[in-house]
Design a protein around this ligand. Structure first.
Ligand code: GLN
Length: 485
């Protein structure tokens, strides 16, 4: 018999409906695991035990009344970037370590309306800047597969908690790879939808033209349940797309026969580690068996992605983070002498080194003398990268690559070398620059640590990604194992 945490979301919903267990029992089983396992893992910044129990009891009443909501009683966690009314929303920073949000983000509200039970808020890199969760003010998170290794980032807490069975699924955000890279490093499914699919209202801003909410789950089917609940138009977000959200759950079984999968030759000429290549070529065999056609494609401007991202993201972050000035909310330094001192010391004391580095780079790239040379140039290159995808998608339906350059790495191994850390997102950043949806799924293991592959598609084709991932998972076992904890 599998334990409760090991059931898929679909199985949990069935069990709740059939009264095999109650929502309160399910919630208690997660709270007990969190108490036992999380002190070592550090995946949660805040656990809201009492609120979770209250919500679970409400959910049980709806089941008893025979009118459950779509995700009734499913215990989830929110990345601590999503404003949650009455709950600490720290964004992994000292700057917001005292910020009890007075309102809830649209994502948090939508999950409330779907009946899910929120267990708490997950750890993350400070302001979502990082690939290892080591920039968090609340300390690093450990990878459940090996506690000497990082879970990836910036959604490292969400990834670690789902991978360890401390939530049935978790929300996350992805500006350059922060859903997909931790999914790969923790052996999970992670989907970043099309830019504009999920509302950014109440999601603490890092780089507004790239930030997108999504989910981390065990399986593609679980992701379909959670993505359905969080997607949709929001008049409170001016970049939210006013288009219908497909029924990801029903569409997930549709056949994938005949789909054309493109392999960008620029990615595969990169000298990948042998075990990464092998995991991808094994996965391709599965896809071929499923009736898809594999062909090479070209994305000629791919090598510009990393430098373009590291101009645009810092530029936008330097504008977004200027709101943290010690005046209205968040951290304020002690006894400021005057207004300048208040601004300077608040930021000096409230921000960590990676955030400061980004603000400096961004301010420089946007300054009058350098705007044309850096920021404007980066915008033009971004257009070229998006154009490459438009061209490639004329001849294929999906594009496949590794998600991350390798398995997880040791805590501390890359933290003193920012450029090495930035390279973690070499495969994931292009989708953010082009605003495209992308999913990461487990496709192998090396030295006991998970490996992931990424699929990208045209705008708004999340359903195709979920379906392809689901069929792969029906024909592979990588997503099934659990770390022994
Ligand atoms: N690792 C990348 C960065 O540090 C991406 C982060 C993200 O997607 N939020 O910027």
């Amino acid at each position: 018999m599998p334990e409760l945490y090991q059931l898929t979301i679909k199985e949990k919903l069935e069990g709740l409906k059939n009264s095999s267990f109650s929502s309160l029992e399910l919630t208690e089983s997660y709270l007990e695991r969190i108490k036992r396992i999380d002190p070592e893992l550090n995946s949660y910044i805040t656990v809201i035990e009492e609120e979770a129990r209250v919500k679970a009891k409400e959910s049980d009443q709806r089941y008893q009344a025979g009118s459950p909501l779509p995700l009734d009683g499913i215990p989830i966690a929110h990345k601590d970037i999503f404003c949650t009314e009455g709950v600490l929303t720290s964004c992994g920073s000292k700057m917001l370590a005292n910020f009890i949000s007075p309102y809830s983000s649209t994502v948090v509200k939508k999950y409330e309306e779907s009946g899910s039970v929120v267990l708490g808020k997950t750890n993350m890199d400070e302001f979502a800047m990082g690939s290892s969760n080591e920039t968090s003010y609340f300390g690093p998170v450990k990878n459940p597969w090996n506690n000497k290794c990082v879970p990836g980032g910036s959604s490292g807490g969400s990834a670690a908690c789902v991978s360890a069975g401390l939530a049935a699924g978790a929300t996350a955000t992805d500006t350059g790879g922060s859903i997909r890279q931790p999914a790969a490093l923790c052996g999970l499914t992670g989907i970043k939808p099309t830019y504009g699919r999920v509302s950014r209202y109440g999601m603490v801003a890092f780089a507004s033209s790239l930030d997108q909410g999504g989910v981390l789950t065990k399986t593609a089917e679980d992701a379909a349940y959670l993505l359905k609940a969080m997607s949709g138009h929001d008049p409170k977000d001016s970049t939210s797309l006013n288009v219908e959200v497909p029924d990801y759950i029903n569409e997930i079984n549709q056949d994938i026969k005949g789909l054309r999968i493109g392999l960008p030759k620029e990615f595969f000429s990169m000298n990948l580690p042998q075990h990464v290549e092998k995991s991808i070529s094994d996965a391709l065999k599965v896809f071929e068996k499923l009736g898809t056609k594999i062909k090479e494609v070209e994305l000629p401007h791919l090598d510009l992605s990393l430098p373009v991202y590291y101009v645009i993201a810092p530029a936008e972050c330097s504008a977004n983070l200027s709101r943290y000035d010690g005046v209205k909310f968040g951290y304020r330094c002690e006894n400021p002498k005057d207004l300048d001192d208040l601004y300077m010391r608040t930021r000096e004391e409230g921000f960590g080194p990676e955030v400061k580095r980004r603000v400096l780079i961004g301010t420089y790239a946007l300054s009058a003398g350098y705007y044309d040379a850096y920021y404007l140039k980066a915008l033009k290159c971004r257009r070229l990268i998006a154009g490459d995808f438009d061209n490639a998608f004329k001849s294929v339906d999906l594009i496949l690559s590794p998600t991350a350059p390798d398995i997880s790495f040791a805590l501390g191994e890359k933290s003193s070398n920012p450029v090495e850390m930035y390279k973690q997102d070499i495969f994931t950043i292009p989708a953010n620059l082009a605003g495209l949806p992308a999913i990461s799924i487990p496709c192998g293991k090396h030295k006991g640590l998970p490996l992931g592959l990424q699929l990208m598609s045209k705008s708004l084709e999340e359903s195709k990604l979920l379906r392809t991932a689901h069929h792969f998972q029906l024909n592979s076992d990588w997503h099934k194992s659990w770390p022994s904890l």
